[in-house]
Design a protein around this ligand. Structure first.
Ligand code: HEM
Length: 472
């Protein structure tokens, strides 16, 4: 990190930091706040980079127990883990704990994006998003997703001997979302969007200092361009809906414009449509791409899981005419494949936890969590708790034949903010794995198949594999 930027950050945050830690003195959780502002940030970032964050969590838990204090990114923070903590944080009303995103997210994704909203506002916008993301509606888009996946495999996999999985999965999930969320198909506009989104995403984990040539500045510029594109898109789609040249259920944006025009209880403004289309792209495309990349790695290294998945998928393929796309019913038959995906998410969750901010002093397990402090919920620690998942290091998809205990499997979060994209992720994951295993065999071809977290897992070499087309 640039030392001048770091120094500016310290100067900006210091008064606020001192105010927060002076204000409270009693019954604070155990642990040290470390050096002012820096606290434990560097050791945590190092753990993310070396994929040892789980060990970092466990070391803390061994030293201080389930509730402890520390300082991260300039804010005094309470670290929590365990089933009870997951329940508390995910179920907490918006008067005690608020969602806490880094300030860069608000600036880049917009103030009206769902992760910034609370209470009734959050519910209203969430209802609007779910009106598109619910299974009854999404099932109509299985064919569209299927088409994007086949196009992707024709363009980037067939005819190749070697591919690099992670960037391809990111491009696939971006294409699927571009088509379903914006209704923007393959071509120059989509290519321009990919580049702008890359710049936007780079800034999400940067220091929010808006000076020429900072990463944050480039992100804000990209965000402004995306915003203009989406605002124009909304105007065009509204006009097309009026002239009946677009369908209300064509994509996410037309779906929301249709709700808007009917003026029913879920009202959503143009600005909210823009901000939430952006956050959906950001929340949905890297997470799903990460899951798919882990699945490809798993299937290259676990012959027994691979054989079971191939059997399930070939059975479905045998009952389809050549070129016929997958249906909602086909996806329902992919039970084993989805359990493998869930077990992959248990062992390698794209998100290790969540951040919130305390809106008032409150007590938890005999300690005070002071107003203004950040809460860091290491939610995925329960995934490796042997009381909840016996023999937790063993990859065993049959665990998901039964419902996991409440607030133990939290790869998609929980409570009123549980991931609304679960069904979307399920459809694209199952359909992609279907075509991959029925059309290709593959093996890992690089010694380094490790990853670091930024904060999503990023494979250091991108996960290159050698592929062979199957004879159909
Ligand atoms: C494997 C894929 C995915 C994983 C593991 C995942 C995980 C999560 C988690 C853990 C949360 C809750 C965060 C918190 O409470 O702090 C969340 C929220 C969210 N996810 Fe996902 N997600 C995935 C795919 C998607 C997709 C495909 C979409 C959109 C189509 C999406 C949209 C969202 C949105 C909008 C939120 C915020 C919800 C709110 O604040 O009410 N996600 N996701």
């Amino acid at each position: 990190m640039n030392p001048a930027l770091y120094l500016s950050l310290i100067l900006i945050l210091l008064p606020f930091y001192i105010f927060l830690i002076r204000k409270t003195s009693k019954r604070l959780p155990p642990g040290s706040l470390g050096l002012p502002i820096i606290g434990q940030s560097l050791s945590f970032l190092r753990a993310l980079q070396t994929d040892t964050a789980e060990k970092w969590f466990q070391d803390r838990i061994r030293k201080y127990g389930p509730v402890s204090k520390l300082s991260l990114f300039g804010t005094p923070t309470v670290f929590l883990h365990g089933q009870a903590a997951n329940k508390l944080v995910y179920n907490c009303d918006g008067n005690t704990l608020a969602n806490q995103q880094p300030p860069s997210i608000r600036r880049i994704c917009g103030e009206k994006n769902i992760t910034e909203l609370r209470g009734d506002e959050h519910k209203r916008v969430r209802d609007a998003l779910v009106s598109f993301l619910k299974p009854e509606v999404l099932k109509q888009y299985v064919g569209k997703m299927d088409g994007e996946i086949r196009k992707h495999l024709d363009m980037h996999w067939h005819g190749k001997q070697k591919v690099t999985v992670m960037p391809l999965m990111k491009s696939l999930t971006f294409d699927i979302m571009s088509s379903l969320i914006f209704g923007i198909e393959q071509g120059a506009t989509r290519n321009a969007l990919v580049e702008l989104f890359e710049h936007m995403m780079d800034g999400l984990v940067s220091i929010p200092i808006n000076l020429p040539f900072t990463q944050f500045n480039r992100s804000l510029n990209a965000s402004a361009k995306v915003r203009t594109m989406l605002t124009n898109l909304i105007h065009d789609k509204r006009a097309a809906l009026k002239q009946n040249t677009a369908l209300p259920r064509q994509d996410f944006i037309t779906c929301l414009l249709d709700i808007q025009s009917k003026g029913n209880s879920i009202v959503i403004s143009d600005e909210e449509i823009v901000d939430n289309s952006i956050i959906i792209m950001i929340a949905g495309h890297d997470t799903s791409a990460t899951l798919l990349t882990f699945l490809v790695r798993l299937l290259a290294s676990d012959p027994s899981v691979r054989a079971n998945i191939v059997q399930e998928q070939e059975e479905i393929a045998r009952n389809k005419a050549s070129g016929e796309h997958l249906t909602w019913d086909d996806l329902g038959k992919m039970k084993y494949t989805w359990r493998v995906a869930l077990e992959t998410l248990r062992m390698d969750p794209p998100l290790l936890g969540s951040f919130r901010r305390a809106l008032r002093d409150f007590d938890y397990q005999g300690y005070t969590i002071p107003k203004g402090w950040r809460v860091m919920l290491a939610s995925s620690v329960t995934h490796m708790d042997e009381q909840l998942f016996p023999d937790p290091s063993k990859f065993d998809p049959t665990r998901f034949e039964k419902q996991a205990p409440p607030f133990s499997f939290v790869a998609f979060g929980g409570g009123p903010r549980i991931c609304p994209g679960y069904e979307f992720a399920r459809i694209e994951t199952l359909a992609t794995i279907h075509y991959l295993v029925t059309q290709f065999t593959w093996k890992l071809c690089c010694n380094d198949n490790s990853f670091s977290r930024k904060p999503f897992p990023v494979f250091r070499q991108g996960l290159p594999i050698e592929i062979d087309p199957k004879k159909l």
